[in-house]
Design a protein around this ligand. Structure first.
Ligand code: ATP
Length: 430
């Protein structure tokens, strides 16, 4: 039950860094004599008691100017988006604070970007997607911790309901359909009956098909960043379809198992190797989601959605190479160095996805062996050692290193002395 005073209690138990920023915003608001609020997902999660460290602040005046002033105190940097009256402060430790001028929005055409005008906090809440995301919390001195809940978001939060704010919501911005499903599945809520009716109306008008592709891409990335993207996709398929993404997209029963295996593989990897770089798990889900698509269609889809170059490369590489990698890894005879040469050029994402997707037991075992026994193996000798042995720098260096590494991975040599001895043997032979 959400009682009076709960918000203040929750605000006071936020991490000290966030409390400090809120405290500074509160002081600044007093000096500037303006209304300042926490809004959106931050307030929703505060009420739910869910961790959310992405401060979202709305200012009833010039948000950009406020951001610059706050940033000066916090010693951060500001990136502003003048057209929307928004700014993001990045602190020295990398944490970010979004600050916006409270605004009114008007959609000149269905699925188009809105025209923005100044407005009060209530206008700002009315332009939002769902009642649970349309609450604000005063952080100015006089009303600190008081909830602004013009659209009964608190009741929907208690009842577990995703409800849009007006009849035109999905016509104005059809990406809200994807968001509705995402929040429904993440929070274990249900989409309100009228909201569902409006989603179906939008589906009959093919609204998601009319949205600019890069906006769909951004929403899909958010779906793949959810804990259980399969559930979101299955529900989206049920209430809209997935062909709006592309007609080649399929989501069958097998997918559920692979999504599950993939999650398991990632958790295990991160647990076993906490010092390695974080995985782009969302990208692995996406690679898998797109894996049944033939290469020529896939290239077209990735171009259409303007995925960034690095992501495109990894998705295509997986699509092209998966079968070959799987087949090579399952060969009866494969030395440790052979295994290393197949897997070491690949990203962790591609390797773990192969592990989750392969039906071959030998492939799975070899990937595990690679991570446990061979992956960390490196040479201790350096270019300096080769120079001191009188070897001239050039392409020879690289070849020598490869030969020595192969011997080390195959267990023929183990330490620096043996590495040096091995190099000497090779050069003496020549
Ligand atoms: P998450 O926990 O996934 O980050 P969030 O609610 O914080 O959820 P954001 O995408 O960061 O989501 O958006 C912040 C707020 O901006 C939302 O809570 C909502 O109020 C508003 N918002 C975002 N996207 C839309 C949209 N398409 N239409 C209307 N309001 C939106």
């Amino acid at each position: 039950m959400i009682q009076k005073g709960l918000l203040i209690k929750r605000l006071n138990s936020l991490p000290l860094e966030l409390q400090h920023i809120i405290f500074l915003s509160r002081n600044l608001a007093r000096i500037e004599k303006i209304g300042v609020y926490l809004v959106g997902g931050f307030v929703r999660d505060l009420l739910l008691g869910v961790d959310n460290f992405d401060l979202d602040i709305v200012v009833e005046k010039d948000g950009i100017e406020f951001a610059y002033k706050l940033s000066r105190i916090l010693d951060g940097t500001v990136v502003k988006h003048k057209a929307f009256g928004t700014a993001t402060i990045t602190k020295k430790n990398g944490s970010k604070i979004d600050i916006a001028t409270s605004r009114k929005e008007f959609y000149p055409a269905p699925a188009a970007l809105p025209v923005v005008n100044e407005g009060g906090i209530e206008d700002d809440l009315f332009r939002r997607d769902f009642s649970i995301n349309a609450m604000a919390c005063h952080i100015d001195f006089e009303k600190f911790g008081r909830l602004v809940d013009r659209f009964n978001g608190l009741k929907d939060l208690k009842d577990g309901r995703i409800r849009c704010l007006h009849e035109e919501s999905f016509i104005d911005d059809p990406t809200r359909i994807i968001r509705a499903v995402r929040f429904e599945q993440r929070l274990g809520f249900h989409i309100d009956k009228d909201t569902l009716r409006l989603i179906k109306q939008a589906r009959n008008l093919g609204m998601l098909e009319k949205v600019q592709k890069h906006r769909i891409r951004d929403e899909l990335i958010l779906v793949f960043k959810e804990k259980n993207p399969y559930k979101v996709l299955r529900r989206l398929k049920q209430i809209y379809n997935l062909t709006f993404i592309d007609r080649h997209i399929k989501l069958n029963r097998d997918c559920k198992k692979v999504f599950f295996n993939l999650n398991k593989a990632c958790v295990r990897f991160q647990h076993s190797f906490p010092q390695r770089r974080p995985l782009d798990i969302w990208l692995m889900y996406l690679m898998f989601f797109l894996s049944p698509i033939k290469l020529r269609f896939l290239q077209r889809i990735l171009g259409k959605y303007a995925f960034c170059c690095g992501d495109t490369k990894r998705i295509i590489s997986f699509n092209k190479e998966f079968r070959k990698i799987d087949k090579n890894l399952s060969k009866k005879k494969l030395s440790a160095a052979g295994l290393h040469s197949i897997l070491s050029p690949l990203s962790y994402e591609v390797i773990l996805l192969t592990l989750a997707l392969s039906k071959r037991q030998r492939t799975k075992q070899r990937i595990q062996d690679f991570f446990v026994k061979h992956h960390h193996k490196k040479l201790t000798i350096t270019g300096g050692d080769l120079l001191s042995l009188g070897i001239k720098p050039g392409p020879k260096f690289k070849k020598l290193f490869q030969v020595v590494l192969r011997a080390k991975i195959n267990g023929k040599i183990h330490n620096r002395e043996e590495e040096l001895g091995f190099v000497k043997k090779i050069i003496n032979k020549k």
